[in-house]
Ligand binder design. Structure first.
Ligand SMILES: NC(=O)c1ccc[n+]([C@@H]2O[C@H](COP(=O)([O-])OP(=O)(O)OC[C@H]3O[C@@H](n4cnc5c(N)ncnc54)[C@H](OP(=O)(O)O)[C@@H]3O)[C@@H](O)[C@H]2O)c1
Length: 256
């Protein structure tokens, strides 16, 4: 198949591209800065630049681009950009768009999740036949959070009670590659990591793996979002699909 991977340079997308190619498919990347990437089209979801070229001759799209780390560009990239991409894909006769989203976002007081829900709604308009897979937080995101929360010297301040079900992006990528090769299936069952973990234990494992002797301090945050994460709204304990634990991820990333 000829598959366009938006976000093909990202934490998830790079595995999508590798796995599609090793399964014998063609994976074209859409990127704002494609230098150094093979079979990549320069484009930008915020302006629509490059999208016509990106979708030309494509059978299916895995849409994994998102402006999660650029709050001012979030809506224009994720919602407006998704609509733009779908319009171009429809013109081109693309048969399937697979969108990657996040488990348990409904009612969560977090702007990023509101934007993702709005993007899901655009996909569900059926401009192109679609599938949506929702996954739990990636191992790489645990590290991003922990990097930010341990920026001060000597201490790591972490909301101990937050609950996550970290999943390996390689396993999410494998599921998406399977999905894209089938017919559009609408909303798919959630995809979660193998363990539900409180953030204290995630942080302890991370500090140990990095041989850090920072002191771990609880950071109770008085926000609705924080309470919701502690109550387990982002979990899907009935879908422990991933096999790779956070410890196993750390063992490979930080060998003895
Ligand atoms: N991280 C998680 O824990 C997690 C969990 C569940 C679901 N998800 C979803 O999975 C998807 C991928 O997440 P990730 O963590 O892999 O993201 P990431 O590493 O932050 O990568 C974001 C990607 O989006 C692309 N992008 C950003 N703005 C763009 C624009 N204006 N035009 C075109 N491309 C643009 C970037 O490409 P260039 O910089 O090359 O342009 C990059 O490849 C997201 O939709 C996210 O919501 C993530």
């Amino acid at each position: 198949m000829n598959v366009l991977v938006t976000g093909g340079t990202g934490a998830l997308g790079r595995h999508l591209v590798m796995q599609l190619r090793s399964a014998g498919h063609r994976a074209r990347i859409l990127s704002r800065n494609p230098r150094g990437h093979v079979d990549a089209v320069q484009g930008d979801l915020t302006t629509g630049a490059g999208l016509v070229k990106a979708v030309a001759g494509i059978d299916a799209i895995i849409h994994a681009a998102s402006a999660a780390s650029q709050p001012t560009k979030l809506r224009i990239t994720d919602v407006v950009g998704t609509r733009r991409l779908l319009a171009m894909a429809r013109e081109e006769g693309v048969k399937h768009l697979v969108y990657i989203s996040i488990v348990g976002m409904e009612g969560i007081a977090y702007p990023y999740y509101k934007t993702k829900l709005a993007a899901e709604a655009v996909v569900k308009e059926n401009i192109v036949p679609w599938s949506i897979l929702r996954a739990t937080q990636f191992h790489t995101l645990m590290e991003t959070f922990l990097g930010g929360l341990s920026a001060l010297p000597f201490v790591a301040t972490v909301p101990f009670k937050w609950q996550f079900q970290p999943v390996d992006p390689r396993e999410v990528a494998a599921r998406l590659v399977e999905v894209v090769t089938h017919k559009a299936a609408g909303m798919l069952p959630d995809f979660g990591g193998p363990e539900v973990r409180d953030f204290k234990s995630v942080a302890e494992s991370w500090l140990k793996a990095r041989k850090s002797n920072k002191r771990l301090i609880n950071l109770p945050l008085p926000f609705k979002f924080s309470r919701q994460v502690a109550e387990g709204h982002l979990l899907c304990p009935d879908h422990k699909d991933g096999k790779i634990t956070f410890e196993q991820y750390l063992e490979v990333k930080y060998p003895e």
